[in-house]
Ligand binder design. Structure first.
Ligand SMILES: [Zn+2]
Length: 327
């Protein structure tokens, strides 16, 4: 039985240094900033972007249309990126890997170079937080656009970009159709993490075929003992975001989420906010919810943050520096 007196209070959790390996820039713009950029009222912005009830993946992806519509100029991309890093600093995040899907920000003529360089400039504006970008291809996008994303991941690799991923509706578009891009990335020594196992178990097998070392989400693995064995023994990092899964209807409430099972059985997992505006949760809120629901202690959170650093796309030398926050 755990000693309830040793459970952390909200302030302890806020003060704890944190690592955020799975957050989408477009899904995490504060309501106030979207009001300012769009001129719309709070109610209108909330209606367009926040999931006030459980929604499916198709509707979830549609919730990102409005924030993406505001991310079409350098000025806005810079403001949005600076704002994110300020909030990460307030949450005591020391290292973050931020997801960006550049092809969704080209409606007004911005190029890959414009988008990546502007976002990196914004994300690097606060020396308290180190940030790298993960560039996402898109399920449902053309081969040309996805190949371009891979090309620019290679161009900016180790210059602010640390890896490749694929976002979008995994229920509609199976990973099987996009494996060639990750095979090419491997040939070019481009690291990757793969969004998989949110809605479909076959994607998890395909991600393992691609020798991925990290999976964005992956909760569906609990339904398949063979998958669990492989993920456990290969120490594949599951980038979990429990509140995000609840909004997507995967679980009735956070208490039903398998994160406790994964943690107690020593799986390689970490906690992330994923889309803080759509889901209406930041990393501090998520830590608090997990602590209240599962009695997670400071040591539990330190362990998951250490997992995150060890499986991050930082260099070995950089990992040494950040491990010290959690030992
Ligand atoms: Zn995600």
């Amino acid at each position: 039985m755990r000693d309830l007196d040793s459970l952390p209070v909200a302030d302890d959790l806020k003060d704890l240094p944190k690592v955020e390996l799975h957050i989408h820039l477009s899904g995490s713009i504060p309501i106030e900033l979207m009001m300012k950029l769009s001129g719309l009222s709070r109610e209108e912005v909330i209606k367009k972007t926040v999931a006030n009830e459980k929604i499916n993946m198709f509707d979830f992806v549609n919730k990102l249309d409005f924030p993406n519509s505001l991310m079409q100029t350098k000025e806005n991309l810079y403001l949005i990126s600076c704002d994110l890093v300020e909030r990460l600093a307030k949450e005591n995040v020391v290292y973050a890997e931020v997801r960006l899907t550049p092809m969704l920000h080209m409606e007004k003529g911005l190029t890959y170079d414009d988008i990546i360089e502007t976002v990196l400039e914004g994300l690097n504006s606060n020396p308290k937080v180190k940030v790298n970008l993960i560039l996402c291809m898109m399920r449902g996008a053309t081969t040309y656009m996805n190949a371009e994303t891979l090309k620019y991941t290679i161009k900016y690799l180790n210059k602010g970009v640390c890896a490749l991923d694929i976002s979008g509706d995994d229920g509609l578009y199976p990973l099987r159709d996009y494996m060639k891009f990750f095979e090419l990335a491997a040939l070019e020594h481009v690291p990757y993490t793969i969004h998989a196992g949110g809605s479909n178990i076959n994607d998890l097998y395909d991600a393992l075929v691609l020798h991925t070392k990290r999976i964005g989400n992956g909760v569906k693995a609990v339904m398949d003992i063979d998958l669990l064995r492989i993920i456990y023994y290969k120490k594949i990092l599951l980038e979990l975001a429990p509140s995000n899964d609840v909004v997507l209807g995967q679980y009735e409430d956070i208490g039903m989420h398998p994160i406790n099972f994964f943690l107690r059985n020593n799986f390689n997992i970490c906690v992330n906010s994923n889309n803080s505006t759509v889901v209406n949760v930041d990393l501090n809120d998520e830590y608090e919810k997990l602590s209240k629901t599962f009695n997670f202690t400071i040591d539990d959170f330190k362990k998951m943050n250490l997992n995150a650093i060890n499986s991050s796309f930082l260099s070995e030398k950089e990992k040494e520096v950040y491990r010290k926050y959690f030992e």
